[in-house]
Structures are given as structure tokens and as C-alpha cells.
Write a protein that binds this ligand. Structure first.
Ligand code: FES
Ligand SMILES: [Fe+2]
Length: 355
């Protein structure tokens, strides 16, 4: 009834993503009085702020199925736009305006998910996340300036988008004369990929970049990549003895073929440069990537390695696919019917209930 996405939810990719934390918005987007509709893994959700903090519920009112995000927040409750029923952030119905003298119904009429705010971002999990919000190593380091970039919206799959972020051998071609020289592309030396409870991590990958960062100067860049969960990836890029440019990327799987990329950049040099200078380079690079990632077929990342060709420079991508596949295989079974697919009258707790 409520799932309208395209994603085959029995797929290992979906299963790997169902339980993890996902960024769905920046905290600043969720205003006090105004519910915010967002979409995650093919499901419509509503974010709203109540007295106990932020809430992430299915965008659904159990009275007649209207979208709560079309309503408003009043007196600390969310008010459905259809008949004005109000729900407290406990999830309880607290008001039925047509029957002010009767107690509101006690049945489950709204469907909350886990939500947390961290790094100025709103994180939601549709399932049971196995761990905390992923680390952002420079977040508390005052020597690093933080700049939010994006969200960049791709008509593409989130795992394809993350794999693109983890791929150094595309630089001279997709980001020609910016991140690499198309007439003299760097060979990619063999590198290591290690896996532990924190995810994947590479050894350094070194490339020459004609316009290496927002300073507009050529650099020899040493990248170290981390993948903390399938859609949270990070690199630190060393371009001098102390200069570091880090990117914390979260790819929101809006649907099978739709992604929003939320980035936070952490940089410890170029304090005289404006935020606009940093963003203009980011915007340009992610627009160049967008065209390529949107062109990839099939949309979904093939987790069977035999489906595409791999060379040594693809080692991180190969390990990433193996890891996502293993996470999907080991994911606990989840209940796809939080809101039952059958008509509401088939639910004995909700049938013939007159308040
Ligand atoms: S549908 Fe929400 S109050 Fe009627
Ligand atoms: Fe790229």
C-alpha cells in the first residue's frame, strides 16, 4: 500500500541498505512549524520537529492515508491536512476535531523510524542499524574548515554513485585538465584495500592533478579512501606536508535510480579563499560525474563480479561490491509490511472502530 519505489526489495543491494543510517536532509532544512517531505529507498517520509526533537515517520496518516507532510505542526503535534487529526511525537493520536468530546483512538496510525541529527545532517534508518552514525574524522578538529556541498541530484543509483566517488582512474577523462591530464593519464600503481569493522580502507593512491583544488594550482595528490557503510564514503587528499582536503560523502538512495549526494568538505588550507570558490569546483566536478553515472546500465550496481570487467586499478570497486554483497547476504530479514499491504479492514485492531 505504501511502498511505491522501483527497488526490488529482495535484492542484496536493497537488503544491505535497509538497516544502515542514511542522510535524508540537512538539519537546517527542517523548520519548526513545517513538516518536510523526503524520500528514502522508495518510501515517502515526513520529517518534523516536536517537543522531544526531530521525528521521521512514514508520510502517511492511518485515518484515510493522506500525506502528513501536507499538514502543519501545531502546539507540538503534527496535524494531518485532511481531517485535522493531531499526533504527538510519541506517535499517539491526541486530537480528532470532529469528536472533541471523545478520547482519540489508541490504534497505531502513524509509523515512526529511527532518526538522529549529527554533523548538521538528518540521519534515518528504516531498519535496525548495526552501529552508530559513521565517523567523520575531522569534524571536531578546529584546524579544518567545513563546507557543505550539494545535495547533488543524480538520476542514478546510489551504489553506482559511491563507486564513482571511489574511483581514481576516471579523473583524467571525466575531470579532464582538472583532476588529471587526458593526454598523459597517470597509471594507477597497485594499492591495498583492507577491511575491518569500520568498513573498507585503501593505502595511498597518488595522481597528478593540473587544477588540484580550489586554489587552482597543479598538485600531486595522495588519496586515502574509506567506506564506512555502503553509502557513506570519505577520502583524505594530501597535497603537501600538512595540506589536507577531505570529503565526507553520503549518497541518499532516494530510489533505485535516484540519488542525492550530500557532502561535507573539511580543508585545512586556503583560509583566504571563499566558500563560493570551494563550492564552484565541487559543483563542477560532481556535474561532470553526474553525466557519466547516469549513463551507466544497468542502474543497479552488479554485485556478481562476472557481470562487468575489472582491472587492478578497480580493486577498491571490486572489494566494495564484495562487501556490499556480503552485507546484503548477512542482513537480518526485515518486515516489508510495517504498514500492511492488505486493506485496512483486514486488520482486526482497526476494523469497525468508531471513536
Ligand atoms: S486522513 Fe488524516 S485525519 Fe483523516
Ligand atoms: Fe569523479
Amino acid at each position: 500500500m505504501i511502498y511505491t519505489g522501483k527497488w526490488d526489495r529482495s535484492g542484496l543491494d536493497y537488503r544491505a541498505l535497509h538497516n544502515q543510517w542514511h542522510v535524508v536532509a540537512r538539519s537546517s532544512e527542517v523548520e519548526k512549524q513545517k513538516p518536510l517531505p523526503v524520500r528514502l529507498l522508495g518510501e515517502d517520509l515526513v520529517l518534523w520537529r516536536g517537543p522531544a526533537g526531530i521525528n521521521a515517520w512514514k508520510d502517511y496518516c492511518g485515518h484515510r492515508g493522506a500525506r502528513l507532510s501536507l499538514g502543519c505542526v501545531r502546539d507540538g503535534s503534527i496535524e494531518c491536512p485532511y481531517h485535522g487529526w493531531r499526533y504527538a511525537d510519541s506517535g499517539r493520536c491526541v486530537k480528532v476535531p470532529a469528536h472533541p468530546d471523545q478520547a482519540p483512538p489508541q490504534q497505531r496510525l502513524v509509523f515512526p523510524h529511527r532518526v538522529i541529527e549529527h554533523y548538521g545532517l538528518v540521519w534515518v534508518s528504516l531498519g535496525h542499524p548495526p552501529g552508530d552514525i559513521p565517523p567523520f574524522p575531522e569534524w571536531k578538529d578546529p584546524g579544518f574548515r567545513k563546507v557543505y556541498a550539494g545535495p547533488y541530484r543524480y538520476r542514478a543509483n546510489a551504489l553506482r554513485s559511491v563507486e564513482n566517488f571511489l574511483d581514481a582512474s576516471h579523473f583524467p577523462f571525466v575531470h579532464a585538465n582538472l583532476n588529471g591530464d587526458p593526454d598523459n593519464p597517470d597509471p594507477i600503481a597497485d594499492y591495498e584495500v583492507t577491511k575491518d569493522v569500520h568498513g573498507l580502507r585503501t593505502s595511498e593512491i597518488t595522481v597528478f592533478q593540473p587544477y588540484g583544488d580550489h586554489r587552482g594550482i597543479p598538485v600531486t595528490a595522495h588519496y586515502t579512501y574509506h567506506v564506512f557503510q555502503p553509502t557513506t564514503a570519505y577520502f583524505t587528499k594530501k597535497t603537501g606536508v600538512t595540506e589536507r582536503f577531505c570529503t565526507f560523502l553520503n549518497a541518499t538512495p532516494v530510489d533505485e535510480d535516484e540519488t542525492a549526494l550530500h557532502l561535507i568538505v573539511a580543508v585545512n588550507f586556503g583560509a583566504e579563499l571563499t566558500e563560493a570558490q570551494i563550492l564552484s569546483r565541487q559543483d563542477r566536478v560532481f556535474e561532470q560525474d553526474r553525466k557519466i553515472v547516469e549513463s551507466q546500465r544497468p542502474h543497479r550496481l552488479p554485485l556478481d563480479l562476472r557481470e562487468e570487467m575489472h582491472v587492478r586499478s578497480d580493486r577498491l570497486a571490486v572489494e566494495y561490491r564484495r562487501w556490499v554483497k556480503a552485507l546484503g547476504e548477512s542482513a537480518p530479514a526485515f518486515d516489508t509490511g510495517v504498514i500492511p499491504d492488505q486493506p485496512a479492514s483486514a486488520d482486526p485492531t482497526r476494523s469497525a472502530t468508531y471513536v
